[in-house]
Structure formats: structure tokens, C-alpha cells
Design a protein around this ligand. Structure first.
Ligand code: SF4
Ligand code: SF4
Length: 335
């Protein structure tokens, strides 16, 4: 696997790393098998988060004996010094390590970033932990270009993580600025949260952009590792056929689609919002109607239960019209 330098951190990382969200779908033993496979293939970067429920814990179990083979990154949504200090300790404990290579401020909005930077804010805890050798580098993750642009001006920010894929190119210029400022750019959501079906095409599109330092697809199966590595290793430029397919994907998905980040949770009536939209996507786009209806029927709370309170919309970083989309889903599935 090609190795690159992660901006000013100086860390040598594989061009592709592991996004730790899907770890939640497997178990500790499955995670151990996955990490050994990654190590064998020369993938040395793992990203997780305090917010990914069991992900840190399973990774900690799986890293026993092979910790030195990986650059480990995690993140916290804590905004105060006290809460961030507690989260760093929790991450160290869960990951069963004495140091974390990169600790990130997880998706702050502009007001929350003010809080992180203020006296008594989370940055103080991060810098203290760095001085103590508990964490080695500090980064930030964002979903809005406004926060991304601001992060580029903060001298303590060594890496920035942001979504970039076939249908989300709004960060392209800012990503180029990362390169100019020697800030490592970590690409999340290469498959747009699962909305892009052709994973190989998605990965090839991203790897063709040399301003992307590292891409971290979520992976839980060995098959996905093989596919993604092969796509990253293929040096050929995108063909005419692939460029046409990229246009087709863009036409199909548009911009109003769910990235499955789950920041909209909790729904006031318990609807699993990303799952409703995922199954609707399969119903409408990929000709998997029966599968989609079957999965939808297993949801405890259906789209028709939406009371249009709008609470979710205030939390969606993509400003999706969730209430309208819920109505459409309820109509399409008939419940
Ligand atoms: S608007 Fe609907 S989907 Fe959103 S939180 Fe309220 S009930 Fe849930
Ligand atoms: S509706 Fe918005 S916040 Fe919720 S999962 Fe989808 S993209 Fe994320």
C-alpha cells in the first residue's frame, strides 16, 4: 500500500485507512480478524470515535499485540476542558494503549468551536494531553465548509477530516488549501454514507485527487478491504466509461440525500432516520424493491409516525428537509 505523510503530523500513513463506524456491526473477535487482515495488507491507519458506541472497545481488544502496526486516531464531541480530559482517558482505556496518535475535535459547529477555543474549552485538555504524551497530534472533523475554512486558520489543527466523494465536492478548494498549508486531509464518507453503490468507482475517484492525503472507507468485511485496496492501487486515470458513470451517479443522487451520519438523532418518536432513508434509496435507485420493503417492515417505528416536530432538521449538518422526505418515504412504503 502506498504510504504518504499526513501533513504536519509527519506521520507515515497508508493512502487508505479504516473508518471505524461499521465496527459497531461486528463483534470484538470479528474486529480482531479485520485488523490482522489490514496489517497484512499494509493498511496502518485506524479512525474511530468516542461516539461510535463499542468501536473503541472492540478495536482495543483487536489491537492487543499489534498496536505498533497502526496509527490510531479517535475523536470526541466534548467541548469543555473537563469533558475532553475525561474522554481522552476513556479512549486510552478503551483502546488499551498509552498513547493515541491523533485526537480530533469531532464535528463542532461554529458556536461549539468558539467553546472549544475559549478559556476552559476542550483545546486546553487536548494540549495538556499532548504535552503529557497521551496524544501526539490534534485534528478536527467537520461537515460544514464554514467550519472547514475556519479550521484552516487555526495553527493547532494538524489534520482536517471532511466528506468528499463523487456527489460531495463542496470541499474541493478547501482540500487544496490543506495541501498548501501542509495540513493532512482525511477523507470521510467516500461512498457518501453508502449512497454510492459502486465502491471501486468511488474510491478511484477520490484517489485520483492527490490533495486527499488519506481516505478512510468504513469496512467490516475482508471482501471490502480487498476491493478498496485494489481500487486505491490502480494507477490508471479514470476512463471515459467511468467518467460517464460518475455523471450518472450525480444525476441519480442529486444533493438531497442522507449520508447516514446520524447527527439528527434522537428522533422525537424513535424513527431510525438514516435507516428509513437508506431503505428508500434502495427502493428507488437500485432496483432492490423487495429487499428494501422487507427491511423497512422490520423497523420498529415507520416514517408515517413522524409528527413533524422538526427537531432532527436543526441537527442535520446537510440541512436536509427531513420532514418532507419522511412524508415521501411513508407514501412510498405505504406506512
Ligand atoms: S420531524 Fe419527524 S423525523 Fe424529525 S425528529 Fe420530529 S418526528 Fe422525528
Ligand atoms: S438525515 Fe442528515 S443528520 Fe440524519 S443521518 Fe441523514 S445526513 Fe445525517
Amino acid at each position: 500500500m502506498e504510504c504518504v505523510t499526513l501533513g504536519k503530523t509527519g506521520l507515515k500513513v497508508s493512502r487508505m485507512g479504516l473508518g471505524g463506524i461499521p465496527i459497531q456491526r461486528i463483534d470484538a473477535e470479528g474486529t480482531r480478524i479485520l485488523l490482522h487482515k489490514l496489517a497484512d495488507q499494509g493498511v496502518n491507519y485506524i479512525d474511530t470515535a468516542r461516539g461510535y458506541t463499542v468501536s473503541e472497545e472492540y478495536l482495543g481488544y483487536a489491537l492487543e499485540g499489534i498496536r505498533d502496526k497502526f496509527i490510531l486516531a479517535t475523536k470526541s464531541m466534548a467541548r469543555t476542558r473537563e469533558a475532553m480530559a475525561a474522554d481522552i482517558e476513556k479512549s486510552l482505556h478503551n483502546l488499551r494503549t498509552d498513547h493515541i496518535d491523533l485526537y480530533q475535535v469531532h464535528n463542532p459547529n461554529m458556536e461549539q468551536l468558539d467553546q472549544v477555543l475559549a478559556a476552559g474549552g476542550a483545546l486546553e485538555a487536548l494540549q495538556e494531553a499532548k504535552a503529557a504524551g497521551k496524544i501526539n497530534h490534534i485534528g478536527l472533523t467537520a461537515h460544514s465548509t464554514e467550519v472547514f475554512a475556519r479550521a484552516l486558520e487555526l495553527d493547532w489543527v494538524e489534520t482536517i477530516m471532511f466528506p468528499y466523494n463523487i456527489v460531495e465536492s463542496q470541499g474541493e478548494e478547501l482540500i487544496a488549501q490543506c495541501k498548501e498549508k501542509n495540513i493532512g486531509f482525511i477523507d470521510m464518507k467516500p461512498l457518501a454514507g453508502g449512497a454510492i453503490e459502486n465502491g471501486t468507482l468511488a474510491m478511484r475517484y477520490i484517489c485520483a485527487n492527490k490533495n486527499v492525503t488519506i481516505v478512510i472507507p468504513g469496512m467490516a468485511e475482508e471482501k471490502e478491504i480487498e476491493e478498496n485496496i485494489n481500487a486505491c492501487l490502480d494507477p490508471s486515470p479514470l476512463s471515459e466509461k467511468e467518467l460517464k458513470e460518475i455523471e450518472t451517479v450525480r444525476e441519480q443522487l442529486g444533493t438531497n440525500f442522507c449520508r447516514r451520519c446520524n447527527y439528527c438523532a434522537p428522533c422525537s418518536v424513535g424513527i431510525s432516520i438514516p435507516n428509513v432513508f437508506l431503505f428508500a434509496g434502495y427502493l428507488n435507485r437500485y432496483g432492490l424493491g423487495d429487499w428494501a420493503k422487507d427491511r423497512y417492515s422490520s423497523l420498529a417505528v415507520k416514517a408515517s409516525a413522524c409528527v413533524e416536530c422538526g427537531a432532527c432538521e436543526t441537527r442535520c449538518p446537510y440541512h436536509l428537509p427531513i420532514r418532507e422526505m419522511m412524508k415521501e418515504c411513508a407514501q412510498q412504503f405505504g406506512e
